[in-house]
Design a protein around this ligand. Structure first.
Ligand code: ADP
Ligand code: MG
Length: 263
């Protein structure tokens, strides 16, 4: 794919947390599901970037993660690959417990409520679409179905997509909260992974309310099963507020990863 990582390949990764994370040396030795390894190769990824070398095992170990690495260092795949990989092992079982398995099969035109297993919150439409494009590559030939929703887009089309079923929901915060109001359309009760990408952007005043609603994870709006959810914050910078956010919202035993001395 021609992405040049020579400037970051040798950067050191600093880690803090309850256990030492052993970085993976390659995608081949990361214990990935065969379908995932195949998709990683199809995407043209040969070697994991530094943040990926640590994030894959940290997420596999079941930790909440705060990851800080500069733009362009492969943060999207650093959470998508391990999260989707975890679900792939259980895909058949998960598919069987879908609200309406028949609706997932092609040709069945029957609306269902979306009950995603993964929610990835993206503060801009551009980012949401980018992450969706990546997610589609990694979900190829698996039973996992990604969907994207964002403000300013055609609401009825996005609703229709959701109602075909959704395992991996990529969403802007406003549209997520908007759709959550309609519990016949979307519920977060099955969510296992909640990712905030470009989480530093969401600290801005415009997003502050949405951020708190999403992170508080309880209440009527977001009936998240708190204990079942792994939270991930991904960002290019580490603002001071992250420390409090992590303290308030992430598991006490979360892993913090930081590439280089930036941020
Ligand atoms: P970030 O979120 O850190 O800014 P991205 O996840 O957007 O970075 O990745 C930047 C680019 O690098 C994307 O085009 C992505 O497809 C590509 N990429 C990510 N990881 C790898 C990899 N291991 N090998 C090759 N290309 C990669
Ligand atoms: Mg990114």
């Amino acid at each position: 794919q021609g992405v040049d990582f020579s400037n970051i390949a040798e950067l050191e990764v600093y880690q803090e947390g309850p256990a030492r994370v052993d970085p993976i040396a390659s995608f081949e030795t990361a214990g990935l599901h065969p379908a995932m390894l195949n998709n990683v190769k199809l995407a043209g990824y040969e070697t994991p970037t530094p943040i990926q070398r640590y994030c894959l095992p940290a997420i596999k170990m079941g930790y909440d993660v705060v990851a800080v690495a500069q733009t362009g260092s492969g943060k999207t795949a650093a959470y998508l690959i391990p999260i989707l990989n975890q679900l792939m092992g259980k895909a058949k079982k998960l598919a069987a417990t879908r609200p309406n398995p028949a609706a997932f099969r092609e040709g069945v035109d029957q609306a269902v409520r979306a009950e995603p297993l993964v929610v990835i919150v993206c503060p801009s439409r551009e980012l949401a679409v980018q992450v969706f494009t990546e997610a589609r590559k990694f979900c190829y030939r698996t039973m996992l179905r990604p969907c994207v929703i964002y403000g300013g887009g055609p609401s009825s089309e996005q609703r229709a997509q959701l109602q075909k079923g959704c395992d991996v929901l990529i969403a802007s915060p406003g549209r997520l909260i908007d759709f959550m109001d309609d519990t016949r359309l979307l519920t977060l009760r099955r969510v296992r992974y909640m990712v905030l990408d470009e989480a530093d952007e969401m600290l801005h005043d415009d997003w502050k309310g949405d951020f708190d609603t999403i992170m508080s994870g309880g209440g009527e709006l977001l009936p998240i099963q708190r204990g079942n959810v792994r939270y991930m914050l991904f960002s290019a910078t580490f603002p001071k507020q992250f420390r409090d956010l992590a303290k308030n919202h992430l598991a006490e035993t979360h892993v913090r990863l930081r590439v280089g001395r930036a941020g």
